[in-house]
Design a protein around this ligand. Structure first.
Ligand code: ADP
Ligand code: ASP
Ligand code: MG
Length: 416
């Protein structure tokens, strides 16, 4: 039979708390985190901590790699970048000890995060968090390095920028935690990036559907893959501040009794660039050949526009992550002659503004108001894409921040 104390332990909540870079940015912040973890435990909960690298340490390491060598083998880059989270996990564990909380730190590999071999953007294949469960069972607070795992080839991998969110959600799902708390430098998810729109409002609840659209179009407060993962495994997410500790935004399954906002948020994204393949024959098979070639090189294409051209010729434009622009340009030049294209041009001075809202599917006029608002301010739309709950427009990069503010006002989202 279990001792009574252990039976009582079973009735407590299990909380996974993820702390982003700013939240562990210096010694004082790390002590504040340890203090909060201690208080969460004192309230009768079990806690698993997931940490990011301190401040902008990951960026600094990438710059260092750039300085050392023009080519950065992905395996070595992953080995380098995971060092950032390793520093945080050891320091947080030490700070917990100083606060009287027994803990132990674990790398992603030690925490049983098994990934594929796609270095710098590996996907989790399997979770084997045995050591984390053992640590919890023996009364420790496990502190896990975010953003990393170990591949099926036994190499250290990273999960893509912002990947500590994925680590936290994957652990919460595997451990069947009651909630995954994402602590960051804003007090929750806002109706727009509060750094761009001063009048943005904090949302108390956001549906998984809306959060996925926001995360996919620039609302970088949560990494897209973490939201997809949370939804698939039914993990409630609570995004909140590690500066004020006040309750933030809950990301949950849509409540059918709730009235849906027509537009909940406006997002901005300057991480993509545009490629145009000009003067291609307007006949079947051309686009298929072009996009197969891009796919074979692992290049993700986002928005695509094909103009109806004259004289049997057309232009195909598409967007890719800026980090893939060079490879995409090379790839198009490589197939240019084969598909009979006249030219290939690239443009990294674009940005995207999107409006997201679960209620827009049943409200006509949303698209018209978006286009009218942009046109009133003389902003030209270069590409358009939609989903049932999102409309995105590609604009000149320098117009994006203003466009977000105009749309935020036009859709009645400004805080009073
Ligand atoms: P962390 O290091 O904690 O993971 P991130 O920088 O990844 O933090 O994400 C938090 C940032 O996301 C905020 O500082 C904010 O500028 C930005 N952000 C963008 N869109 C939104 C939004 N809609 N609501 C809240 N924050 C947003
Ligand atoms: N440190 C990593 C990054 O900056 C992972 C994270 O913070 O989530 O992308
Ligand atoms: Mg983040």
């Amino acid at each position: 039979m279990r001792p009574v104390a252990q039976l009582i332990l079973r009735t407590m909540a299990l909380i996974v708390q993820k702390y982003g870079g700013t939240s562990v940015g210096d010694a004082e912040r790390i002590r504040a985190v340890a203090d909060h973890v201690a208080r969460t435990r004192e309230a009768g909960n079990d806690v698993v901590v997931v940490v990011s690298a301190m401040g902008k340490f990951t960026d600094d390491l990438i710059h260092l790699a750039d300085d050392v060598s023009p080519n950065r083998p992905p395996r070595e880059l992953d080995m380098l970048l995971t060092a950032g989270e390793r520093i945080s996990m050891a320091l947080v564990s030490m700070a917990l000890g100083a606060r009287g909380v027994e803990s132990a730190s674990f790398t992603g590999s030690q925490a049983g995060i098994i990934t594929d071999t796609d270095h710098t953007r590996a996907k989790i294949l399997e979770m084997r968090p045995d050591r984390i469960r053992e640590a919890l069972d023996s009364g420790l607070v496990p502190v896990v390095a975010g953003f990393q795992g170990v591949s099926t080839e036994r190499d250290i991998t990273t999960l893509g920028r912002g990947g500590s969110d994925v680590t936290a959600v994957a652990l919460a799902a595997a451990l069947k935690a009651d909630v995954c708390e994402i602590y960051t430098d804003v007090t929750g998810v806002f109706s727009a990036d509060p750094r761009v729109v001063a009048k943005a409002k904090r949302l108390s609840k956001v549906s998984f559907d809306e959060m996925m659209e926001m995360a996919a179009t620039g609302g970088r407060v949560l990494m897209l893959r973490s939201v997809e993962f949370a939804r698939r495994h039914g993990v409630p997410l609570h995004v909140r501040s590690s500066f004020t500790w006040e309750p933030g935004t809950w990301i949950v399954e849509e409540d059918p009794t709730m009235e849906e906002a027509v537009v909940s948020a406006v997002t901005d994204d300057k991480s993509e660039a545009k490629v145009t393949v000009g003067g291609v024959p307007d006949k079947p098979g051309i686009a298929a050949k072009l996009f197969r070639e891009l796919a074979n090189r692992g290049i993700n294409v986002d928005m695509i526009v094909q103009n109806t051209g004259a004289n049997g010729l057309t232009d195909i434009s598409f967007t890719v992550a800026k980090t893939d622009l060079e490879a995409a340009g090379e790839c198009c030049n490589h197939v240019k002659d084969e598909i009979g294209a006249a030219n290939v041009t690239t443009d990294d001075n674009i940005g995207r503004v999107s409006i997201v809202g679960a209620g827009m599917k049943s409200n006509p006029g949303v698209t018209a108001l978006m286009f009218e608002t942009l046109s009133e301010h003389g902003i030209n739309i270069e590409m358009i894409s939609t989903s049932s709950i999102r409309i995105s427009c590609v604009l000149r990069a320098e117009k994006v921040s203003d466009a977000v503010r105009y749309l935020h006002t036009a859709f009645g989202l400004d805080a009073a």
